[in-house]
Every structure is written in structure tokens, then in C-alpha cells.
Design a protein. Structure first.
Ligand code: SF4
Ligand code: SF4
Length: 412
């Protein structure tokens, strides 16, 4: 989530060296899918829990009082508790939180052959449309329907999504396809681990991303996001103790540093071709910075605002963490947290969680430039490609109305 920068309240926040706040609430760790790249899949012997609704309401109240801009409900599969979830989204809407987001693995879109399928989806879309939910994501892992459905263990969801999207659009909801980048992104042929030839690896992912964007456009999506791989292995993040189970040591999402460079390059080179065809959240400048980081330039990217402006609330203990991955650093209950009083400086670059890294990069540059205007004006703070990409990203974000999922895509 990247909020509109040029909004008076956000400008005030940024002038203080802070970034508009974001809270991710893991409502439950229960799930009905089998994704091999996730430690919350239904086959894992996990203690399944859900936050109490009253507790979440208090978190929402505290977030609204502290002017948190973005609130996301995640899982597990949060729509296993559809009634409660929609009521919480409504509550956050009533309290005026501007960027409310949630998503699903799409299980409710299966069984298109049932007689009441259209009625069921219409009712669902209509209920969501009564709230201020801004973004609704549906996870898609592969441009090959069969591969996606086998990975998720959810048969028939792709044709269901295709059928459901026009219904959502009628109700003024424009869902985003949410790709968790993996070795099956491009279809049924797995991109092998540690390919010797880096150009071959780059080409394989470039083709995969192109195929994926074509696929989701043809399904009827008008918005798409890419989650960078969250493996705890080859990317050097294995020392972290994740509390958020959306990680795994599966080779599907484990990439060497060199592979990550090529993967981010491939995505960065693919996005410009598709930006006029589908709204793509992924900022080019963030990919560029990650490429520099993995290439050894440790100080190039801006550090993550996890634990300073962004927070993760864990379903298992209801505690707040700097993010889903720094599980050794509990910050206690969110309702006891005074976000404005937090004084720590951003430092962390331990993972590539795009929810936190992308806005940290885009807005980090603004903060840095405001606090170092001479370096900015003399072009000394970043290289020219960085500055060019940053400007292009902001122009694109403006054009896409900061990815307002309640508006149709502009065609010009
Ligand atoms: S990625 Fe999502 S849908 Fe898949 S197993 Fe994990 S929580 Fe469930
Ligand atoms: S980079 Fe951000 S999301 Fe990743 S571990 Fe550090 S604080 Fe957490």
C-alpha cells in the first residue's frame, strides 16, 4: 500500500520524517488451501487460531485514533470467517480509515456449475461494496490454471474468478490479482533451481511474467500486484524467526542472490510494456533498489519502516511485531502502542516483503530529499536512473489514482 503522497495530512507526516502508518492484521492462521510455498497450508500441523472480534475492534479504534492510513486483514484465509470479516471492514470504514484492504485465495469462486453461483457472488460483491474496502486481492500463482489449482488444492477457481470479475465490476469493485512469485509463475514447466546460465534464467522469468500478465488481463483483472519471494533459505533471511507463516523453505520460492537479481531485472523489464494494459502496483524504483542491494550495494535502498510506521499483528498471540518476520521483537498490544512516540530509526533490509519495502523505498526517497535538500538538488543522493524511475512511478501512481480498487481503470 502506498498512500497518496500529496495529501495535506500525509505531507505533515512526511515532514516529520514519518511515513503514513500501515497495520496488517492477521485475522486467522486457518486456511483451506494447500500452497506448497506457505507454512499455513491446511496440511501443516499448526495450532489454528483466530483473533477475537472484540479485540480486533479495539485495534481498529486505536488505529483510527492514531491516524493509521492503511489497514489490511490477512490470513490464513480470512474469508473463512466472512461474516465477522465484513463486519470488521465495515467498522474500519465507519471509523474513517482510508485504505482498507483484504484478500482471498479464491475458494468461494469454485463450483461455477451450481445453480446459485451468480446469486452467491452478487450477494458477496454487494456486501463488500457497502463497505469502504479499497482493495480486494485474489491470489494467483501461475499463468497455467491447472498448475495454480493444483498448488492451491482449489479445483475450478480460475474459471470461477473469470465469471466473478464482471460481477464485481458491476458493483464497483476492481479486484487485484496477487502473484506470489514462484518457479511456476509462467506455467506448468518449473523454472529450475540455481540455473547455471543467468541469461537463461532471466529469459525464463521474463517470459513467465509476460505470460502471467497476459493471463490475468485475459481473465478480466484490471489490477495486479507481485509479492516478492519470501523464502527462508537462499536469500539469506534464514536467521529470522517468522511469526507470519506465509514463508517456507520450498525451492519454489527459494532463490540465490544472483537469481533474485535476474528475477527482479526480468520483472522490471516486463512491467513498462503492461502498465497501460493493467494497473501494476509494483514500483520500478523498488525493484531497481533491490537489484542494487543484492548486487552488494548495501546502502543503496532505503531501510524498511517495519516497527516504526508499519506493524504486523499476529493471530496467535494478538501481539504487534515490526513485521511478520521479526518474531523475536514483540511490541506488545497495539492498543498500548503510541505510534507517534516511536523514535527508532529505520535500519532493516532483512527481507523483501513488498508490503513494507515498496512504500519504504518510494516515500523514503521523499523523506531523504526533504531532509537533505542540497544533496537532492545537486543530484548527489541517487543515480539518474533511480531518480528517473522514481518520477515515472509517482506519475504512474497518480494516473492510477493510487490504485483505487473502487474505480475502473482509465483507458487513456
Ligand atoms: S498462501 Fe494463503 S491460501 Fe495458500 S496456504 Fe498460505 S495462507 Fe493459505
Ligand atoms: S525488511 Fe521490513 S518486513 Fe523485512 S524483516 Fe525487515 S522490517 Fe521486517
Amino acid at each position: 500500500m502506498i498512500p497518496k503522497i500529496a495529501n495535506s495530512s500525509n505531507i505533515r507526516t512526511i515532514l516529520k520524517g514519518r511515513i503514513p502508518g500501515q497495520v496488517i492484521i492477521q485475522y486467522t492462521n486457518s486456511c483451506n488451501a494447500t500452497c506448497p510455498q506457505c507454512s499455513m497450508r491446511k496440511t501443516e500441523p499448526l495450532n489454528r487460531v483466530k483473533l477475537e472480534e472484540t479485540e480486533v475492534r479495539k485495534i481498529i479504534e486505536s488505529a483510527a485514533r492514531q491516524k493509521i492510513q492503511a489497514l489490511s486483514f490477512t490470513g490464513g484465509e480470512p474469508f473463512l470467517y466472512q461474516e465477522q470479516l465484513i463486519s470488521l471492514i465495515q467498522y474500519a470504514s465507519d471509523l474513517g480509515i482510508p485504505y482498507i484492504r483484504t484478500g482471498t485465495n479464491g475458494f468461494m469462486f469454485a463450483n461455477t456449475e451450481s445453480n446459485n453461483y451468480v446469486d452467491k457472488i452478487e450477494r458477496f460483491a454487494e456486501r463488500l461494496s457497502r463497505t469502504n474496502l479499497r482493495n480486494f486481492w485474489i491470489s494467483i500463482d501461475s499463468s497455467d490454471p491447472k498448475t495454480h489449482e493444483e498448488m492451491r488444492g482449489l479445483k475450478g477457481v480460475i474459471s470461477g474468478i473469470e465469471k466473478a470479475l464482471p460481477i464485481f465490476h458491476q458493483y464497483g469493485i476492481y479486484p487485484a490479482a496477487n502473484l506470489g512469485i514462484n518457479r511456476y509463475t509462467g506455467g506448468k514447466d518449473k523454472i529450475p533451481y540455481a540455473m547455471a546460465d543467468k541469461d537463461e534464467f532471466y529469459d525464463a522469468f521474463k517470459t513467465a511474467f509476460e505470460g502471467f500478465y497476459e493471463f490475468v488481463i485475459n481473465l478480466g483483472f484490471t489490477m495486479v500486484n507481485a509479492c516478492y519471494p519470501m523464502s527462508f533459505g537462499g536469500d539469506g533471511s534464514s536467521s529470522m524467526k517468522a511469526v507470519y507463516g506465509a514463508v517456507s523453505d520450498s525451492d519454489l520460492i527459494t532463490f540465490t542472490k544472483e537469481e533474485k537479481i535476474q528475477l527482479f531485472r526480468a520483472l522490471m523489464d516486463t512491467i513498462p510494456t503492461y502498465r497501460s494494459k493493467i494497473r501494476i502496483f509494483t514500483p520500478l524504483v523498488s525493484l531497481y533498489s533491490l537489484i542494487q542491494q543484492f548486487g552488494g550495494k548495501d546502502n543503496f535502498s532505503y531501510p524498511c519502516r517495519g516497527g516504526i510506521d508499519f506493524f504486523y499483528i499476529n493471530a496467535k498471540d494478538g501481539n504487534t511485531y515490526p513485521c511478520g518476520y521479526r518474531g523475536d521483537e514483540t511490541m506488545g498490544k497495539f492498543i498500548d502502542l503510541d505510534v507517534a512516540a516511536l523514535r527508532s530509526k529505520p535500519f532493516c533490509k532483512a527481507c523483501d516483503w513488498e508490503c513494507f519495502r515498496d512504500p519504504s523505498e518510494l516515500i523514503g526517497y521523499v523523506i531523504h530529499s526533504l531532509h537533505n535538500p542540497i544533496r537532492y538538488l545537486t543530484n548527489g543522493s541517487k543515480d539518474s536512473l533511480y531518480r528517473h524511475l522514481w518520477k515515472e512511478d509517482i506519475k504512474y501512481y497518480e494516473l492510477c489514482e493510487y490504485f483505487d480498487g473502487r474505480k475502473a481503470m482509465k483507458t487513456t
